[in-house]
Design a binder for this molecule. Structure first.
Ligand SMILES: Cc1cc2nc3c(=O)[nH]c(=O)nc-3n(C[C@H](O)[C@H](O)[C@H](O)COP(=O)(O)OP(=O)(O)OC[C@H]3O[C@@H](n4cnc5c(N)ncnc54)[C@H](O)[C@@H]3O)c2cc1C
Length: 404
């Protein structure tokens, strides 16, 4: 009998798992452990409206304290789980408390990759992952402040747009030859670069940072080619790595994430994992993936919760993701790796277009810039593996679902 479920990690996935477990009738002891001092909260606004101050802090949590009280969820916040002993089904917390479990769910998330160069210890160097980071960043933002963003990925560009809207002079340094190069097509990169430049953001590509300089506080970044960029504030957005130490030290298999099967089970029958921290099979694409997205954390946590109650449900989703930069919305559905053809639908100069990725004429993935209609249609077309006619697809006057 399952009388106690412990969840480690009180973020998107942890909060969703609690919700599903109680909704599905789990009536036993339910413990949610999180090392941040806050109720579980949404992260996307951290680089967008919470950073700008348009969204108040009390709008970030998914649920109020009363929800956890009413649903008898024991919240242990501001305390880290430091040891896991699967042989005796025991988790040890940093404050010494020991928690026995029948089922354990690891929702450990991911953590920002850190810079490793001279000067990283200077004040004014920030990462952007948690509420505490935003509070520190905000303290340095003022009209005319020089904000330097390292990394032109989603988080870097979202932070750049927000800092610019708040009156900073913003420069983005990107190592590759275009922004978001690992995740979007060149047309999409170019569109967003132009949008940023039109708003006064300076984007410097092919720029390799060598060191940070300053007297206690960061003052400039020196690049490998000898150029330098002055900064009052530096935000680093160079990617994230799955948080796995607790799992790997306990002997659970990890490889770019905690390895789970489609039922969100680890190699230990009592331990499940969900969200950013997992490396899991994508049934649709037939390979393992590690994803960092709200949708993935939400859906995997639901699946894991059901399976901890022995429901035998497989996680089978076509992933999706969004990013907001200035007044532009980028929606991405599917995974484009392995495509043999790229089709542009529409004209980027209209500020609304999509890029489609095909393999053997089947839609693998789609990037929609200010075009939610194509994004919505793509969900079904991808899931049903419909074969498309690339010529019709390139004609935006033909609805995506009719481009067969
Ligand atoms: C600034 C920012 C903007 C984003 N914007 C978007 C967006 O626009 N769209 C989108 O789809 N996704 C976005 N994401 C990604 C999305 O927020 C994550 O994919 C999602 O939060 C993952 O949920 P999770 O539960 O796996 O991890 P998290 O939400 O990160 O939660 C994990 C929690 O576990 C805690 N933890 C880790 N180890 C321990 C331990 N040993 N003991 C106790 N607690 C522990 C962590 O501190 C953290 O609180 C964004 C992320 C960030 C940081």
């Amino acid at each position: 009998m399952i009388s106690t479920i412990v969840i480690i990690g009180a973020g998107q996935a942890g909060a969703q798992a609690v919700d599903t477990l109680r909704r599905e009738g789990f009536d036993g002891r339910l413990v949610l452990v999180g090392d941040e001092p806050h109720l579980p909260y949404q992260r996307p606004p951290l680089s967008k409206k919470y950073l700008s101050g348009e969204l108040a802090g009390d709008r970030l949590p998914f649920r109020h304290q009363s929800f956890y009280d009413e649903h008898r969820v024991e919240l242990k916040l501001g305390v880290r789980a430091i040891r896991l002993d699967p042989a005796v089904r025991l988790v040890t917390l940093a404050d010494g408390e020991k928690l026995q479990y029948d089922r354990l769910l690891l929702c450990l998330g991911s953590d920002s990759r850190r810079l490793a160069c001279p000067g990283v210890e200077l004040s004014g160097v920030h990462y952007l992952r948690a509420i505490a980071d935003v509070q520190r960043i905000r303290a340095g933002i003022r009209t005319g402040a020089r904000a330097l963003i390292i990394g032109g990925g989603y988080i870097g560009l979202e932070a750049a747009a927000t800092c610019r809207k708040m009156g900073c002079e913003v420069t983005v340094l990107e190592m590759a030859d275009r922004v978001m190069n690992r995740v979007v097509a060149p047309d999409v990169s170019q569109f967003f670069s132009e949008e940023h430049r039109a708003q006064g953001v300076c984007i410097v590509c092919n720029s390799r940072m060598a060191s940070l300089e300053g007297n206690r506080h960061v003052e400039r970044v020196r690049c490998a080619d000898g150029s330098s960029h002055e900064a009052d504030l530096l935000i680093v957005g160079v990617g994230a790595a799955a948080t796995t130490a607790l799992a790997s030290e306990a002997g659970l298999a990890c490889d770019n994430g905690i390895l789970v099967d489609e039922f969100c089970r680890t190699g230990d029958a009592a331990i499940y994992a969900a969200g950013d921290c997992t490396n899991h099979p994508s049934l649709h694409y037939g390979r393992r993936v590690r994803l960092e997205s709200v949708d993935n954390a939400f859906e995997q946590a639901k699946t894991a919760a059901l399976n901890m109650l022995d429901r035998g449900v497989a996680h089978d989703r076509v992933p999706w993701f969004w990013s907001d930069q200035f007044d532009n919305k980028l929606l991405i559905i599917g995974l484009s790796q392995g495509h043999d053809q790229q089709v542009l639908r529409g004209d980027p100069s209209t500020r609304s277009f999509t890029v489609c990725y095909l393999k053997d004429r089947q839609l693998l993935a789609l990037e929609a810039v200010n075009h939610s209609k194509d994004y919505m249609a793509a969900r079904k077309v991808i899931a049903e593996r419909t074969r498309l006619d690339p010529q019709k697809l390139a004609d935006p006057s033909i609805a995506l679902k009719d481009a067969v």
